[in-house]
Write a protein of this length. Structure first.
Length: 451
């Protein structure tokens, strides 16, 4: 990185940032309180609130959102008449999955091979640290030239919409000229990227029942309708032979125009086993950024160990559907539910329940904020120009903010590049990316104030 005072300050602050990220990662802040203590999330929220107060933020508050979680808000007033920028991150994390599968404990930040490992290191506790680094660098080099609002969500990973509903009920709270969502990531390490589209998401639970109770498979199998087999048929109907998602009535033919993603690179990023084919048709970018994708997240059925020779009376599954930009998530949910009901065989009883939803998002890349970010990234990443990419994941708050503040410019950056393995075991963050993106965000705020 070329030498400049902001970059030098960020570099000097990196050891402190690592120590703070270690403190934040240590909180087991999974917003599923059936699995993890609520106190862990509350402690993380309080840690963030104290960090904001220490940086001079006013009006710092723990917001009790309608889904029973807390988001943290603070405001750092800028010069009179200055523009307002909202910085977003979330402190809740995905469960660590199989803790024994982690090379080092998931809630202990551990340095290994030049990366920092821990649940939330990239997604998205590292995003909050990135915001802190950017602001500290500006304060040490002439001051923060804009009014900064920070909002750190407590239930983004659960998709329960707490902050979305709170924002709708308090529309002035998060109003800003520009919003920087620190929950995306570069296309690859070292390639500065702004995410310009997000797929939406819906979560649906489906249950199939066929019998009053389980039956002996030798005595009744062959004629008694097996609920688990019926469920498997239903789930299989959601994909074509090549793996393309096929929900009746849902368009699956959109294309991506922009940065391309080669199949070879995708196979490496996704760690696809040798000889196993990718699924779907069209380019990889088409498949993961602009088209629907269904995933069976879990099935309730007897485990192999301890299973008995029984015909199953009931079975259920949790299904995720990623919704393409331009498609209403509520309408996609109705189509998915109708499809599940229509494809249930043998007259089996079927019930569906939606348990989470988020709208897709598409950004206006012609706005002045994008130019300010492009100029900032060119300095933070010498020799590289800013790229536009899509993201297959969902950040439900984006569309809520776009609807509440239609004139606001929204940019998505962050630390979740492919090597970060967010949501998987051994999640990690690149400290070099944390450093460069913090510099980029600081320079963006300065550029945007001057524009």
């Amino acid at each position: 990185m070329s030498s400049n005072p902001v970059a030098e300050t960020v570099a000097s602050l990196l050891p402190r940032a690592k120590a703070e990220l270690a403190e934040l990662v240590a909180f087991q802040s999974v917003a599923d309180f059936t699995q993890f203590p609520r106190s862990e999330s509350e402690a993380a929220a309080n840690w963030i609130a104290e960090a904001l107060r220490a940086e001079g933020f006013t009006d710092v508050a723990l917001l009790d959102t309608p889904d029973g979680t807390q988001s943290v808000y603070g405001c750092l007033p800028g010069p009179e008449g200055a523009k307002t920028v909202l910085l977003y991150a979330h402190y809740d994390v995905q469960p660590p999955l199989n803790e024994s599968g982690w090379t080092t404990p998931p809630f202990e930040l551990t340095e290994r091979g030049g990366r920092w490992y821990g649940r939330g290191a990239a997604d998205c506790k590292g995003g909050f640290i990135m915001h802190l680094l950017a602001l500290r660098a500006l304060k040490a080099n002439g001051g923060v030239p804009v009014t900064v609002k920070v909002i750190v969500e407590g239930s983004e990973e659960q998709g329960t919409g707490g902050l979305e509903r709170y924002a709708e009920q308090h529309p002035e709270l998060l109003a800003a000229d520009t919003i920087v969502i620190g929950d995306a990531g570069n296309f690859r390490v070292g390639l500065p990227t702004v995410t310009t589209s997000l797929r939406g998401m819906t979560l649906v639970r489906v249950r199939v029942d066929t019998l009053a109770g389980n039956l002996h498979s030798g005595q009744f199998g062959g004629a008694a309708p097996d609920a688990l087999a019926a469920l498997i048929r239903v789930l299989d109907s959601l994909r074509a032979e090549d793996g393309t998602t096929t929900v009746d009535g849902l368009d699956a033919a959109a294309g991506w125009e922009g940065l391309e993603y080669t199949e070879e690179q995708f196979r490496r990023d996704a760690k696809v086993l040798e000889g196993v084919e990718l699924i779907g048709d069209g380019s990889v970018a088409d498949r993961i950024w602009t088209r629907p994708a269904v995933t069976v997240l879990g099935i309730d059925c007897p485990p192999v160990i301890g299973a008995t020779p029984s015909v199953q009376a009931g079975a259920r599954a949790l299904i995720s559907l990623r919704v393409p930009p331009g498609v209403d998530a509520a309408e996609a949910t109705k189509l998915l539910q109708a499809h599940l009901e229509a494809h249930t065989p043998w007259g089996a009883r079927v019930g569906t329940e939606q348990i989470g939803q988020g709208q897709a998002f598409s950004a206006d890349t012609s706005s002045p904020a994008y130019q300010a970010m492009a100029d900032a990234m060119a300095v933070a990443y010498p020799g590289q120009s800013m790229q536009y990419a899509g993201q297959g994941g969902s950040i439900p708050l984006c569309n809520t903010l776009a609807a509440l503040y239609p004139r606001a410019e929204i940019l998505l950056i962050g630390l979740s590049e492919p090597e970060a393995q967010i949501h998987a075991v051994d999640e990690s963050v690149s400290p070099e990316e944390l450093e460069r993106l913090s510099v980029a965000e600081a320079l963006f705020l300065r550029n945007y104030a001057a524009g």
